[in-house]
Design a protein around this ligand. Structure first.
Ligand SMILES: Nc1ncnc2c1ncn2[C@@H]1O[C@H](COP(=O)(O)OP(=O)(O)OP(=O)(O)O)[C@@H](O)[C@H]1O
Ligand SMILES: [Mg+2]
Length: 297
C-alpha cells in the first residue's frame, strides 16, 4: 500500500521536535530528517525508541506543539487513531451534509452516520456513560496492536465517540425473513466459515483480551472483500471475570499465532500504558493477564 505522508498538528507532544505523532504507538511509522523512515518499537512515556535502517535510537518525547510527519497508513496503536482524528477534523472543516440512521440501529447507544462534504462518512456514537467511551477507545487501541481490524475510535466528547464508517454490511443482514430453508443454512455456513479465517482469529483474540460479551451478529461487519470486521466494544471488561462468549473464540488456539507475534503484541499492549487513563490502565492490566493465560493455556 502506498503511504502518503501527511502533516499532523495536535495537542499531545512530539519527539525531539522532528515529528509530531502525539504519543507514538508501537509500530507507528515515523520520519526523521537525517535518519529517514523508522518504526516506533517502544515508548516509556518520557522516551520513544525508533528503529531505522541504520540502527535503533531513543529520543525524549516532549510536550508541546510542532509540525511533523506521520505516514497515513501507520499501524501504530495510537498512530492510527491520530491519523483518523486528523481525517475527522478535515471532514468537519469541510462541513456536514447529512446525518442518518445506520442499517441496524444501536440498542443502547445513539448511533448515527454522518456524511461530510469531503465525501467521508463517520459513525457518531453517543454512549450511556463516560466509562463506556473509555472502554470503546481502549478496545480500539487493543485491536490496533494485534491487528484485529476494528475501526479507529476517536473520543469526540466525554461520552461520545466517532469512528470511520466500516464499508460492508452487518453480519446479521445475511439473514432475511424471505429466505428459503436452504438459503438460511447457506447463510449460517457462510457466517461460520468467516469465524476461522485469519481475520476471524484476530477478532477471537481481541474478544479474549477485552472480555467481550457482545459479539452478536450485529457487532461484526462483512467487508466488501468478504472479511469479518469487529465493531461495538463499549461493554467489554464489564464482567468481574474477563471472559467471552464470542463465536470467534470457539476454535481459537495459542498455536494460531507464532510466539514472535504474541511477544510483539504483549510489548505493544504494555507500551499503551502511558497513553491511558487510570481506569483504562486497570483494564489493560486485566488484558495483559488474559494474554498470559491464553498463551499458557
Ligand atoms: N464503524 C461502523 N461502521 C459501520 N457501521 C457501524 C459502525 N459502528 C456501528 N455501526 C452500525 O450501527 C449499529 C449500532 O452500533 P453499535 O453496535 O456500535 O451500537 P449499540 O449496539 O447500541 O452498542 P451497545 O449495545 O454497545 O450500546 C451496528 O450494529 C452497525 O450496524
Ligand atoms: Mg451493537
Amino acid at each position: 500500500m502506498a503511504t502518503r505522508v501527511i502533516e499532523l498538528v495536535g495537542p499531545e507532544g512530539f519527539i525531539h521536535g522532528w515529528i509530531f505523532v502525539g504519543v507514538p504507538g508501537v509500530g507507528g511509522k515515523v520520519f526523521h530528517p537525517s535518519l529517514g523512515h523508522g518504526t516506533v518499537t517502544g515508548h516509556s512515556g518520557s522516551h520513544a525508541t525508533v528503529r531505522f535502517a541504520r540502527g535503533t535510537h531513543t529520543f525524549p518525547a516532549r510536550t508541546g506543539k510542532g509540525p511533523g510527519r506521520l505516514s497515513q497508513h501507520a499501524t501504530g496503536s495510537t498512530g492510527s487513531a491520530n491519523s483518523a482524528a486528523a481525517r475527522l477534523a478535515r471532514a468537519r472543516a469541510s462541513g456536514l451534509t447529512g446525518k442518518g440512521d445506520t442499517a441496524a440501529l444501536g440498542l443502547q447507544a445513539e448511533v448515527h452516520v454522518e456524511s461530510y462534504k469531503d465525501g467521508s462518512k463517520w459513525i457518531s456514537k453517543k454512549l450511556p456513560t463516560v466509562d463506556d467511551a473509555e472502554r470503546e477507545v481502549l478496545a480500539g487501541k487493543v485491536s490496533d496492536v494485534i491487528g484485529a481490524g476494528a475501526p479507529a475510535v476517536i473520543r469526540s466528547g466525554n461520552d461520545h465517540i466517532h469512528e470511520p464508517l466500516v464499508a460492508g454490511k452487518p453480519a446479521v443482514t445475511l439473514w432475511r425473513d424471505d429466505l428459503t430453508q436452504q438459503e438460511m443454512e447457506d447463510a449460517a455456513h457462510h457466517a461460520i466459515s468467516l469465524l476461522s479465517t485469519p481475520e476471524g482469529k484476530r477478532i477471537g483474540l481481541l474478544d479474549t483480551l477485552i472480555g467481550n460479551r457482545d459479539r452478536g451478529l450485529r457487532n461484526w461487519m462483512i467487508s466488501p472483500a468478504g472479511k469479518p470486521v469487529p465493531i461495538d466494544h463499549n461493554t467489554s471488561w464489564t464482567e468481574a471475570k474477563l471472559g467471552t462468549e464470542s463465536p470467534f473464540v470457539k476454535d481459537l488456539r495459542p498455536s494460531d499465532f507464532t510466539a514472535a507475534q504474541l511477544d510483539k503484541w504483549e510489548a505493544g499492549l504494555t507500551a499503551l500504558r502511558p497513553s491511558l487513563s487510570a481506569y483504562q490502565q486497570e483494564m489493560l492490566t486485566r488484558t495483559l493477564a488474559a494474554l498470559k493465560s491464553f498463551r499458557h493455556g
